[in-house]
Write a protein that binds this ligand. Structure first.
Ligand code: NAG
Ligand code: NAG
Ligand code: NAG
Ligand code: NAG
Ligand code: NAG
Length: 394
């Protein structure tokens, strides 16, 4: 998620061919959310998997849409364009259908029922006036105490939301020309990892989960020093404390040990610009990989027709942990109150309410229109009629 912040051509000679050809045979890469006659994805990024609703959330960054892919129904819904470059989307704890999003330079709270294109956006604030007009929000993730971190790109900063001030506070202030990405924690919650795309490094920080503070920055992995192709973008941690890192401009997803910073595996993807990764599925063993066609020329687009899709990689032999929702000041405290003691433990997923998710919106709406291959629903949301497309029959 970079574009025009610096000159890519000067970077390319620095990245030589990947020597480590350790791709194992069991992997299976499929398109999970692809281009269709109805919808084109330009630059998918910032995936978040919600176990409760079995949904993969992501953004189409430059188009400005938030999307939800429902795994069980294999159906995808997106909002209308929110008219900004989007950063991330993280569900708010205890408030179904509310999300915190990075909306250009603003943080915002969004109400979206997950089906219809209409979403309501409430700006929370602009937190970084000094960073320059080109600096916008990028990745966002909550730690296991549901403390939301969001980073920016341009003159990058790292922020976290605190319930003391009910606002975002800065952890790192305006690093020149930096593009922060891919926030992730280890299982002990005493390390935070942050990718810096422009300098092609992954930073490691000591992390204090009690107060949400980072300290002691060091470089865990340097793409140039390790001769790996591409630049680090979004990241996700597996249960063995290895990072899975999307390499934009690199066509690979890398597995990197956070214990010793060695490259353990490289998975070749069918798109050059791999933007981010997240674990999902009922067992959290599917690695969802977002990608982009935003920086491809016409020839490259022909060669990579699936660029922009979200891929599903199965058979990696490992899995991730559940993603965390964001606890914010208006979100109540029932879940937040005990989440600290649960940090680092696996929490059983509550069963998804099929009725609420699938039928209630339909029953509370207006009427359905049956077609040969699918059902079209028309319904009214807050007085506004909207067309939604539901499942194909098959
Ligand atoms: C999901 O739907 C798409 C078309 O929208 C189709 O190409 C794909 O095969 C389906 N996947 C599964 C697992 O059914
Ligand atoms: C970063 O800051 C410099 C000077 O402070 C400014 O010229 C530049 O436009 C900023 N970059 C972005 C992407 O906003
Ligand atoms: C920072 O690193 C030093 C030296 O390794 C260590 O003594 C200190 O405890 C670290 N600080 C934190 C907050 O972990
Ligand atoms: C990277 O490549 C250079 C030149 O090809 C080589 O000298 C160096 O040893 C390589 N480094 C690693 C870590 O493989
Ligand atoms: C680095 O750590 C990983 C486990 O995270 C281990 O499998 C690997 O052998 C270690 N490599 C080195 C060179 O120590």
């Amino acid at each position: 998620m970079i574009v025009s912040l610096f000159d890519w051509n000067s970077m390319l000679p620095l990245v030589s061919l990947l020597l480590l050809a350790t791709q194992t045979a069991n992997e299976k890469i499929e398109v999970a959310v692809g281009q269709s006659e109805y919808r084109t994805f330009c630059h998918t990024e910032a995936p978040h998997y919600d176990s409760a609703s079995r949904s993969l959330f992501f953004v189409d960054t430059y188009v400005g849409k938030v999307c939800r892919h429902h795994l069980k129904w294999n159906a995808t819904y997106c909002t209308c364009s929110l008219d900004h470059v989007l950063g991330s989307v993280v569900p708010v704890s205890n408030q179904p259908d509310w999300y915190i999003i990075g909306l250009g330079p603003y943080s915002a709270k969004m109400y979206w029922d997950g089906y219809i294109p209409h979403a309501e956006v409430h700006i929370l604030g602009r937190h970084d006036e000094d960073a320059g007009a080109g600096t916008v929000f990028n990745d966002g993730k909550a730690d296991c105490a549901q403390r939301l971190f969001m980073d920016t790109k341009g003159n990058a900063s790292l922020f976290h939301y605190t319930k003391q001030s009910c606002n975002f506070e800065k952890d790192i202030d305006n690093e020149d020309g930096a593009i922060y990405n891919g926030i992730a924690w280890n299982s002990a919650n005493d390390k935070l990892f942050l990718a810096e795309t422009a300098r092609a490094v992954i930073y490691s920080f000591d992390y204090n989960i009690q107060i949400g503070k980072i300290s002691n920055r060091s470089v865990l992995f340097d793409f140039k020093a390790n001769n790996v192709s591409g630049l680090p973008d979004g990241m996700a941690m597996d249960v063995d404390d290895n990072l899975w890192v999307a390499a934009i401009f690199g066509s690979y997803v890398y597995q990197i040990s956070t214990r010793n910073g060695t490259l353990l595996r490289a998975v070749k993807m069918p798109a050059r610009d791999v933007t981010s990764v997240i674990w999902g599925g009922p067992k959290l063993d599917i690695l969802f990989v977002t990608s982009s066609q935003h920086n491809l020329n016409d020839e490259e687009k022909r060669q990579q027709p699936r660029a922009g899709s979200v891929f599903a990689v199965r058979g990696l032999g490992t899995r991730g942990r559940r993603g965390n929702n964001a606890a914010i000041c208006t979100a109540g405290c029932a879940e937040d109150g005990c989440s600290r003691s649960r940090c680092g433990q696996e929490v059983a997923s509550p069963p998804a309410s099929e009725f609420r998710r699938r039928w209630l919106p339909i029953l509370s709406g207006a009427f359905a229109f049956l077609r040969r291959d699918s059902v079209l629903f028309w319904r009214f949301s807050r007085g506004k009629p909207s067309k939604i497309e539901l499942l194909p029959w098959a």
